[in-house]
Write a protein that binds this ligand. Structure first.
Ligand SMILES: NC(=O)c1ccc[n+]([C@@H]2O[C@H](COP(=O)([O-])OP(=O)(O)OC[C@H]3O[C@@H](n4cnc5c(N)ncnc54)[C@H](OP(=O)(O)O)[C@@H]3O)[C@@H](O)[C@H]2O)c1
Length: 325
């Protein structure tokens, strides 16, 4: 077992390969989880305004900075939410995030989704006439928001990037501005290997971070950690199923951000195991003929009536992403 590789970003900064996810933790859980994580060696934390718990991240950080780590030893990512895509709102929301986390700067700030919401009505505005739909802002373009990200002061964000962006969306914002995102955070696991996107990002020097590396259990489908094939490979290796799934991502060279609020899991997920080529291929085989993208907002309640990924589940969406290039 080796303990947590370091990866260099296009900016020259470094990021720890295994980070802690913080989405969908119940009140107080994330405060506890972040404290445990940092005390046990995690240095990479994944946050977002929409998780509505950045103040808890901040409370935990107060307990470990500077007694356990210096701020500079941490890599903190956060993300601007859809309701702050209008250029005048981007820095405003960043300031709120900085104040919640209790830090002067973020190491990485991402555009959370290639989707703008109508601002000023909370984080999840409802469509005024369609009960079960989110209120989309169809005027603000990805290029508008990306330009506002580029204009953010370096003193507040060391690097900027995107999340849930496709190859075409990334190409468009680069073409319009000449500025390449430092990172793209996307869903990636054996059922969604994202090979084309990875190859594209590699060619452009864009770091990839994989979210939902264990598959999430929101949709009532079995988690990848419960798949018999994964359990078998893990048992043969003397590792946990989560460790081999994290290792599968690490084998592919990107960073991985498993979320847990349970102490033993937080600790064991961080113990990096290394896969042989055969083990890597056996885990990859679990995804063959089993392509699954779990996180498609067209299926959310309320629905985002927009086609982001061009998946079959999105074919009835009314709106395309407003790229603006
Ligand atoms: N950019 C985006 O749009 C986006 C979207 C989704 C997620 N994310 C980020 O990525 C992070 C991770 O993704 P995720 O939360 O969707 O999914 P995940 O990390 O793949 O899976 C989390 C689930 O696995 C469980 N788990 C954790 N360790 C385990 C272990 N060792 N054995 C068995 N089960 C285990 C967790 O429960 P316990 O907590 O009870 O252990 C939780 O139910 C998020 O927290 C968030 O920071 C970003």
């Amino acid at each position: 077992m080796s303990n947590n590789e370091i990866i260099k970003l296009s900016t020259g900064a470094t990021i720890n390969q295994i980070g802690l996810g913080t989405w969908l933790s119940k009140p107080k859980e994330v405060e506890n989880a972040v404290e445990i994580a940092v005390r046990n060696g995690y240095r990479h934390l994944d946050c977002a305004m929409i998780y509505e718990n950045q103040d808890e991240v901040g409370a935990a950080l107060k307990k470990v900075i500077p007694s356990v780590v210096k701020r500079e030893e941490l890599f903190i990512t956060s993300k601007v939410w859809n309701s702050s895509h209008q250029p005048a709102l981007v820095e405003k929301e960043l300031d709120q995030t900085l104040s919640q986390i209790g830090t002067d700067y973020l190491d990485l700030y991402l555009v959370h989704w290639p989707v703008a919401f109508v601002p000023g009505q909370g984080l999840n505005p409802r469509h005024p006439t369609k009960e079960n739909e989110a209120a989309l802002d169809l005027q603000t373009t990805l290029v508008d928001t990306w330009k506002a990200m580029i204009a953010l002061p370096k003193s507040k964000v060391r690097a900027i990037g995107v999340s849930n962006f496709t190859i075409g969306q990334i190409e468009a914002i680069i073409k319009a501005t000449g500025v390449v995102p430092v990172a793209n955070q996307v869903e990636a696991h054996p059922l969604l290997p994202q090979d084309d996107l990875l190859a594209f990002c590699k060619q452009k020097g864009i770091h990839v971070t994989a979210y939902s590396p264990l598959g999430n259990n929101l949709v009532g489908k079995p988690k990848l950690t419960d798949y018999p094939e994964i359990v078998k490979i893990a048992e043969a290796k003397g590792a946990t199923p989560a460790q081999v799934l994290v290792a599968w991502g690490a084998y592919r060279g990107y960073s991985v951000i498993p979320k847990s609020v349970q102490e033993e899991r937080i600790k064991s997920n961080f113990q990096q195991v290394t896969l042989t080529k055969e083990e890597y291929e056996a885990i990859s085989a679990v995804g063959k003929n089993n392509y699954t993208r779990f996180n498609i907002p067209y299926g959310y309640k309320p629905r985002w009536d927009i086609n982001i990924f061009d998946e079959p589940e999105e074919k009835n969406a009314t709106n395309p992403v407003n790229i603006g290039a």
